[in-house]
Structure formats: C-alpha cells, structure tokens
Write a protein that binds this ligand. Structure first.
Ligand code: RIB
Ligand code: CA
Length: 313
C-alpha cells in the first residue's frame, strides 16, 4: 500500500507514524504536516524525529498550513505537553522538511498516480481542504482517504460534544465532507478510540515488557495524555485515536462495526466541531463511511507486533 500521512504530530500521531513505518506491506511515500495539536514547526519536528527513530529518516516531510481556514489556532498542548511529545526533552531531528508545500504534495502525488495512494489524515483537515479548493475532484484521485476525526456519539474531548480535529478547523472538515463519498472516505472518530483503543495499565505493562526502543518511546511520549485521562477524560489509560485510525487503514479487517451516514460538522460557537449525523430516510445521502467499533484485541496485537520490531536498517 502506497501511503501518504497528513499529521499534526503529537504523541498519538507519532505512534501512528511508527505503525505505518514498521508495517512491511506499506510504502510510506510522504508525510505532510499541519498545525493542530502543536504549532506547525513542532508538528514537523516531531514527525521528523519519529521517522528517524523508526529508521525511516529518508521519508520526505513537507510543511503545510500553519493555522485553520478561518479561526485562530488552538493547540492541544495541555493534553500532549508543550512539545506535543510528553515534554521529555527529546533531541532535535537530524533532518529538515523538504522544500515545497504540503498542499501541492497532496495534489501532485494523487494527480501523478491516480488511484494508487492511500491518504491517512491524523489532524485538522486544513491541508486537505485547501487542496480541495484547488481541485474539487481530488478525493477521487486517492485509492482511499481515512481521517481520524469527529465524534458521532457527541461525546467530545475538546468540548462536551466535539472531537479536537473537527473543532480546531470545522470549516475544513465541512469542505472535505462536501466533496466526500462513503466509498472513498472513511472517518474514524473519537468514539472508537475511547471504546477500543485505550491503553489500560495492563496494556502499558505489556508494551514496556516488549523491551524495544519503539515501544518505550511510544509509552513515554504519551505520559501527558495519561495524566489528561486521569484528570479529564476519566479513561483507564492514554487512548490512541490516531494509531487506531492508522490500524484501520493498514488492516481494514479490524473494523467491527461501521455505517454509511451523512455527516455535517457544526460551525456555530456553542456546537463548534460537533458531528451532526443525519440518519433520516428523507435526509441527504451518506457522504462518509463511519467506523463505529474496531476489534480491540486485533488492534492491540498489531500495535504490539509492529512496535516490538527493531528499527528498519
Ligand atoms: O481528538 C483526537 C485527535 O486530536 C488526535 O488526532 C490527536 O492527535 C489530536 O490531533
Ligand atoms: Ca493528531
């Protein structure tokens, strides 16, 4: 599978990048960065250092939009840490981003090889939306587009009812939804992470028992998310929204429940970023496939299996 990943690289994005980098059946062709969890320079730094740790320092990283379409940037540094990676004092990456803008990369790669690339987006959809404003048919030029975004059960993380990626840039999410179709675009929401991708204390012990550099990195950089779980979400450990979305792209058979539905993202301040799912028979036709449940055991076996491996030489 030829893969492009669009990411606002913080600690869970980094684990998702490790899965893509370690999966032998996946050719990670490019990484594009976007402002979200952290400001753009940090998202880029974190992507570069994660790829280098996974032995994939040759994967080109391109910087994209440094703010949402129509709002000031609100980061999730209170959740992930000021550096987005648990504030461990990680060394700077050796590499630098490539010249060229991420939006041009998202457009050019799909035009050059129509139907060959899978795109996985792990942050606000600002880059993809900006690309769509230049090429309305872009989504059809990807083999499939998987987005970690939304909360179809209206259980929010950044607000009572909204998921962070949709809340940061709801206009971008709406632009993608207006061009999407369920055969081409799959959304994996925070409901899946909350229910099927929480690293319980037992899972964390198992991860550390792998005694591999990638596994301990994945655990350590999520220490602030573990704190946020204790203090805010009440989950039994740090959850892995981006890794479970990446796992669906790598192994679609992990999907346990899904539905095709029409989704809009609310723009209004009170409900900003909320997923409005319209299942009325008289409603508009579905525009996305929503994953609702993932096989938790299968996801965690994939996670442990890929993180147990040594970095690619
Ligand atoms: O709501 C979870 C999403 O927001 C994840 O992508 C996480 O990295 C943050 O970007
Ligand atoms: Ca993310």
């Amino acid at each position: 599978m030829k893969l492009i990943v669009d990411t606002d690289t913080a600690s869970d994005d980094a684990v998702a990048l490790l899965l893509a980098a370690r999966d032998s059946g996946t050719e990670l062709d490019a990484v594009t960065t976007v402002a979200g969890n952290v400001p753009l320079p940090l998202a880029t730094r974190n992507a570069l250092l994660t790829l280098e740790l996974a032995g994939m320092g040759g994967v080109p990283v391109y910087e994209g939009c440094d703010r949402p379409m129509a709002r000031p940037l609100s980061t999730a540094q209170p959740v992930h840490g000021d550096d987005g990676m648990g504030d461990l004092g990680l060394a700077d990456p050796a590499g630098r981003p490539q010249p060229g803008h991420a939006v041009d990369v998202l457009l050019d790669r799909a035009r050059a090889r129509p139907g060959e690339y899978t795109l996985v987006s792990l942050g606000p959809l600002t880059n993809l939306a900006a690309a769509l404003l230049r090429d309305r048919d872009l989504l059809g030029r990807y083999r499939h587009v998987y987005c970690m975004i939304g909360a179809p059960d209206a259980v929010g993380n950044i607000s009572a009812t909204a998921e962070f990626n949709a809340w940061v840039d709801p206009e971008a999410a709406q632009i993608v939804l207006s061009a999407a179709d369920p055969g081409r675009v799959t959304w994996i929401g925070w409901d899946v992470s909350r229910r099927d991708a929480v690293m319980t204390p037992g899972d964390q012990e198992r991860l550390l028992a792998l005694d591999s550099p990638l596994a301990s990195f994945a655990h350590r950089i999520n220490r602030k998310v573990a704190e946020w779980a204790r203090q805010v979400s009440g989950l039994s450990g740090y959850d892995l929204p981006d890794p479970v979305a990446m796992a669906v792209a790598l192994r679609p058979g992990l999907v346990a429940e899904h539905e095709k539905a029409h989704v809009r993202i609310a723009l209004g301040d009170e409900a900003r970023g909320q997923s409005m799912v319209d299942r009325r028979l008289t409603g508009p036709p579905p525009n996305v496939t929503l994953v609702r449940r993932v096989h938790e055991k299968g996801f965690k076996e994939l996670l442990f299996g890929l993180l147990a491996q040594e970095a690619r030489v």
